[in-house]
Design a protein around this ligand. Sequence first.
Ligand code: FAD
Ligand code: FES
Length: 275
Amino acid sequence: MANIYLPDIAVIKDIIQETSDTKTFVLEFRDSKIKKAFEFKSGQFVEVSVFGVGEVPIGISSNPLKKENFEITVRAVGSVTNVLHQKGIGDEIGIRGPLGNGTFPVDEMTGKDILIIGGGIGLPPLRSLILPILDNRKKFGKFTILYGARTPGDRVYKNLLKKWSESPKVEFHETVDVADDGWTGNVGVVTILLDEIEIDPNNTAAYTCGPPIMIKFVIQELLKRGLPEDMIISTLERYMKCGVGKCGHCAIGHKYICTDGPVFSYKEIKALPEG
Ligand SMILES: Cc1cc2nc3c(=O)[nH]c(=O)nc-3n(C[C@H](O)[C@H](O)[C@H](O)COP(=O)(O)OP(=O)(O)OC[C@H]3O[C@@H](n4cnc5c(N)ncnc54)[C@H](O)[C@@H]3O)c2cc1C
Ligand code: FES
């Protein structure tokens, strides 16, 4: 049996500086067999090893339908992520995964309106859902993306945001908490954007990811607008160690965020002890 704690080697093929503290790493497995076999679902994550420093869980941010490589978008916040940010193209890191069984439900939502609400560094895991929906746009009803960031400079995927704002395939709105001189768009928390759109509560699936405080208010607003609890889908973030349901670090009540999640419906979240 393969060792679940042993990472596979991935080579950094490209690095995109998204904001002052956030980079996207384009990764490819060194072993061609592993590269070929690697498949993931929207919402899954990997454990990223920076050798000699440590291992951190990071959501996969690229399109699961694109197989040649995969991407992670990482904010430098501490010991492992800061050293990862010092890596260059051609450097090697370790990858365990894909991990997580609770993923963003997609096929089940065929025919429904899709509403995506991301905050800050919460957009990367949602991008793994947005890109395949855009590739299969006809399968869904209205498609709306709402994005909030602290400042204009903190917005990740700036080129993609521009593309979405001009695309007839998606209704895109964004806001920042604090504007700068060049910003002419919305100012305020992401929930203000819900007043700019029409939601059909009987035919909408909403997906959210971002800071816990944002998720709390987004869920409250969606419930006020009549969305059923099982149509509000969110990620839960907890400190993780093993990522594979062995160490218990990520447990909330009887659920392990690493293996039962990291994606849950609000109906499931509400049933958790801290729900
Ligand atoms: C399922 C999952 C998916 C994630 N996806 C992403 C992603 O796509 N991009 C990204 O940049 N980050 C993501 N994170 C968060 C990322 O794992 C942490 O930022 C990382 O573990 C920090 O490690 P560090 O050693 O650099 O920082 P540390 O030195 O361990 O800590 C630095 C600071 O970050 C805080 N911190 C550490 N771990 C977490 C955590 N899990 N949640 C919240 N705060 C934490 C600490 O309290 C401390 O204030 C994800 C976390 C989980 C559980
Ligand atoms: S991180 Fe070890 S059980 Fe979830």
